[in-house]
Design a protein around this ligand. Structure first.
Ligand code: FE
Length: 368
């Protein structure tokens, strides 16, 4: 008997080399005038910006660029861009870059037609439909091109917090692995681990469905296929393409399931210790799986088999080779992060094993 499930993923995805050139016309249906949201450099160095401009010019569109999104953006950034979007009367928003510009594009699209200001994003009633959203990812990790989520840093609370709104799925995403060719080694590794954990956390999740399971195992499979190349820094086009595919699959998974407390445990490492998001998840992954294995032994073994490993020790060893050491964390700091995660993480509710504060502390202790 197949478990009851729902499936919703309304984004048109164009995947592969030169998709913008070949299928860029689809953008016409979103409007005439765009706000293009990017970071300071990646949209340009990846070649994505140039490809977008070529298509937009050919179609006679106009656009304004907001290129001040940094890693781990705050709502101040969103506020600044929303002002521009309202003043310039744009019809739609295009996010080009890693997860940060893509997530920022979603928040801008949602707030612009509503009366709410950026700091009300998590509280306000936002009745107006968001502006249409298009994305062009230039990293292979976030999966934001196929999700309804966006994550922001809230300095006043010293946390990272996400929102999810079904109306914030991009309408169109052009996913071209060529835009990741210029990514440096560390970002490639960190983002690949983010993608891997999306698939793993979707597979080990109370919200998992038959469809999300298939997508998750495929995502893990493509990571596994490229893991030795990842370790060696061998980034041929085939590797880039399969890491990109693993990332988009991971996004499709968490669009159905959300992530689990592994992502929540990673956020304080990023917020307070500047450890990149995907790397934070990767550091905690083996200890997290050890914790979940008590409740879900078959699924954890299935993950290990799909990665091509026999034990969690083997996984831990692989990740140690892949990631630089983090340095020492004091006992007090580990306790603080465990308490913070335990008191703020909604994801505890759909993490497949019930976790106490001391369970979370134990995952930190074993990992850092
Ligand atoms: Fe993530």
């Amino acid at each position: 008997m197949v478990k009851k499930f729902t499936y919703y993923m309304p984004t048109s995805v164009f995947f592969g080399e030169e998709v913008l050139e070949r299928y860029g016309d689809a953008i016409k249906q979103l409007g005439q005038r765009a706000l293009v949201v990017t970071g300071r450099t990646s949209a340009v160095t990846s070649g994505a910006m140039n490809d977008f401009e070529t298509v937009a010019k050919k179609l006679g569109l106009t656009w304004v660029v907001y290129n001040k999104v940094s890693a781990n953006p705050t709502l101040d950034t969103v506020a600044e861009a929303v002002d521009i979007a309202r003043k310039e009367k744009v019809d739609f928003v295009v996010g080009i870059g890693g997860g940060s510009p893509l997530d920022t594009a979603k928040a801008i699209a949602l707030l612009t037609p509503n009366k709410a200001e950026a700091h009300e994003l998590y509280l306000a009633d936002l009745p107006e439909a968001p502006l249409p959203i298009a994305t062009i990812p230039t990293t292979s990790g976030t999966g934001s091109e196929v999700t309804q989520y966006a994550v922001f840093t809230l300095p006043e609370k010293k946390i990272k917090k996400g929102f999810g709104d079904k109306r914030c799925f991009p309408q169109i995403s052009w996913v071209d692995p060529r835009y990741t060719y210029t990514l440096p080694y560390d970002i490639t590794v960190d983002t690949a681990l983010d993608a891997l954990t999306h698939s793993i956390e979707g597979y080990l999740n109370k919200n998992s469905t038959p469809v999300s399971d298939e997508l998750a195992l495929a995502g893990i499979f493509y990571f596994a296929k490229q893991k030795d190349n990842l370790l060696a820094g061998n980034f041929e086009p085939e590797t880039r393409s399969e890491l990109m595919y693993a990332s988009t699959l991971g996004g499709m998974v968490i669009a159905q399931t959300r992530t689990t407390v592994l992502h929540s445990l990673g956020y304080p490492l990023t917020y307070s210790h500047d450890i990149p998001h995907g790397r934070a998840n990767g550091l905690l992954l083996a200890a997290y799986l050890e914790f979940i294995k008590e409740e879900e032994p078959l699924r954890v073994n299935k993950i290990l088999n799909t990665i091509g490993m026999n034990s969690l020790d083997e996984l831990k060893l692989f990740i140690n080779k892949l990631l630089p050491s983090t340095g020492e964390f004091s006992k007090e700091e580990l306790e603080r992060m465990a308490a913070l995660t335990f008191s703020t993480a909604g994801s505890l509710a759909w993490t497949p094993r019930q976790a106490s504060q001391s369970d979370l502390l134990e995952i930190y202790r074993k990992s850092l």
